[in-house]
Every structure is written in C-alpha cells, then in structure tokens.
Design a protein around this ligand. Sequence first.
Ligand code: SAH
Length: 386
Amino acid sequence: MKLWWSMELENGRKNLDRILSSGSFSDGDIVYLLSLREEKEVRALAKRAFDETTRQVGENVYFRGLIEVSNICTLNCRYCGIRRANHALNRYEMKKEEIVELALWAANHGLGNICLQSGERQDEKFVDFISECLKEIHRKTVSERLPNGLGITLSLGDQEKNVYERWAEASGNQQQLRYLARFETSNERLFDFLHSAKGKSKTLDRRLRALKDLRKCGYQVGTGVMIGIPGQTLEDLCADIRLFEELGIDMLGMGPYLRSDGGELLKYGQMEPRELLQLSLNMIAVARLVLKDVNIAAATALDVLDSNGRAKAINFGANVLMPNLTQAKYKSGYQLYDHKPSVEKEASSVLEKVVQDVLGSHRKIAWNLSGSSPHWRKRQISNSGR
Ligand code: SAH
C-alpha cells in the first residue's frame, strides 16, 4: 500500500516536470497545476513562474498607488462590502483637491503611477468630476522626471464608450492610460449568482463589452477574477485563464474571494485561509505561464490571508503592487471584504510595507517608470504596422 502510494507520488512528480518544462498547457495541465499543494511541487511551480516572469517582463516590480475616490455605488454585487444595500456604511466622496494632493504625493515619492478606483456610477456629475481630476493631475505632474505626467489606471466600472473617450482625452496622456475591470468569473451561471441581488446589476456580457470598448478607445486593458468564490471549480479558473487569452488582455489583477459582513454571501462561507492562499498563488503562477508577457498585480486581499501574501505573489509571477494611498479617514469606509489590511495607516507607511515586500524578494523596484506590459507594447507595434 505504502509502495503504491509513493509510486503515485513519483509519477505525479514526473508529470509535473513534464508539464513545467513545456511551453504550452492543455486544460488538463492547467487544472493539475492549480491543484498543487505539496510544498516541493508548489516550489517547482513558483520557480518556473518566477523565471518566466524574468524572461517575459524583466526583474522590475511596478507600483500603482491606489486612491479609493468614493464608496458610493449604484450596484448590489452580493460579495462586495460597499454594495448599495449596505446601509451600515457612511458614504464618502473625496474632494478633487484631496485626490490631486495624493497624486502629487505619489509623483513626489517616485511611484510613477496611480489607480483611481470607486464604486460604480454613471451619472454626468461623476463623469465630469473624474475628467476634472484627470486634467489637473496631468497638468500638475508633468515634470522632468515624468515627462508624460503620472501614469493613470482607472477602475471605475462599466461606462459608455463615449465616457472612456472623454476620460482618455482628459488624461492628456492616452498612451499610458489603463483601465481595470475584472470580469470576476467566466462562468455565466456563477456570475449571475454573484450579481443576482435586487436592483440594478452587472451582466457578464456587459462587462466583456466594456473590455472590448476600452480596447477600441486605446486603453491598456486589465481584467481579473476572484479566486475561491463559493461554488467555483478549478475548471472554472482554467476557463477564466482561457478567456484572458481570448481577450488578449494586457494586465491582470486577481485575488482571493474573502467574506464580507456587508455582502450577502456569508452563509456560503469562505475557503480555509491557507488553501485559499495557495490556490491564489497557483492561479497567479499559471496565468503567468500561459499569458507570459502581461502585467500581473498582487492583490491587497492576499495580505489578509498572510501578512506576506503579496510578497509571496511576487515569487509566483506577479510584477505589480498597488499600495493603498487613500487617507485613513476614508479607507475604513472602503472595505470590499472584512479585515482589510492597514486601514489605519497613511500612505507613507503603506508604501514602506510594499518596499519591504519587494526587498524581501529577488526583484527590483521600478521607481518613476510607467511599466506598460510588453504584451501591450507588442500590440502597439503590430497595430502601427497594419
Ligand atoms: N466597482 C468597480 C471597482 C471596484 S471593486 C468594478 O466593478 O470594476 C474592485 C474589485 O474588488 C472587484 O472587481 C472585485 O473583484 C473585488 N472584490 C469585491 N468584493 C470582494 C470580496 N468580498 N473579496 C475579494 N474581492 C472582492
């Protein structure tokens, strides 16, 4: 019996070596890699993903300073702590001066990039407000160090195409403009379950259309999923990776699904933290192996599972970190999930933590650099050749 068991392990390892040394991966290979748990095996996966990262996107880790502009949201996503029906929350909107001040702080501290994120709104006042912020940030951050101004990523939900165009124009720097809109899961049934609360809601179709519109408007396009959603399978995660490929995305942001008191999925539970962390790291590694030259962010949610979660993600193939610069007075109002890390901390100590995360890995920090993914740069070259 024991012999049989160790033979099986031996076969498993040979299988792993074979899969990892290959350059292309079947769905079966992907599911198998996602399922790895043994320390030796996950170490082999991490090493392969780390080396692929070095080869494809280099040794740099890029920072995007996150600014949580507002927690006002018109949607009711069932997993999310800031969904409309959570009446326990004080809703806030940062002032333009506060946003610009944080952007300048980021520029002065060598971050090179910020990400503006908020709950979802499509009203004219909001669209206009964001345009005004973008114009001012650009005007005030063009410098010798940042000749094109601060790089901007927007994470402001589904909008009409003309809104993406207006924001691109306002940014003054369309070449470096990025948009992040996770499709959360490619499994339509699961997606509908997650967004089936009463009221205005998201559809997978709408989100996929947004990703295509963003591409047409010249944005560097990012998406991602939550990992460990109740009812999600490894096959679903494999299908997510296939959809990333099909969409030709430039950037990825994926993180563990975590319970949220403000959401309405508590009764479905959450994966055991250590298993969830490993699955999330495996997903990053496999996405790196399959998608190769994209940027991959290590989600802050990883730090809820392990204080070194994001540092570990760097070793599994992530090359972007998003230190949260939002003022402490607002941050606690933007809890998408429970136990959000560092809610009481201000930007400088948050930045210090991600610096330590990178120093503890074998990577370098890319100060003042935009860090567009090679995937996107190649796309530019092939577009201009047409
Ligand atoms: N509303 C915008 C952006 C804000 S939400 C949008 O939909 O694009 C940013 C991301 O937080 C979401 O895409 C989702 O993947 C993640 N998120 C929300 N609730 C979460 C939870 N309970 N656990 C983990 N991630 C969560």
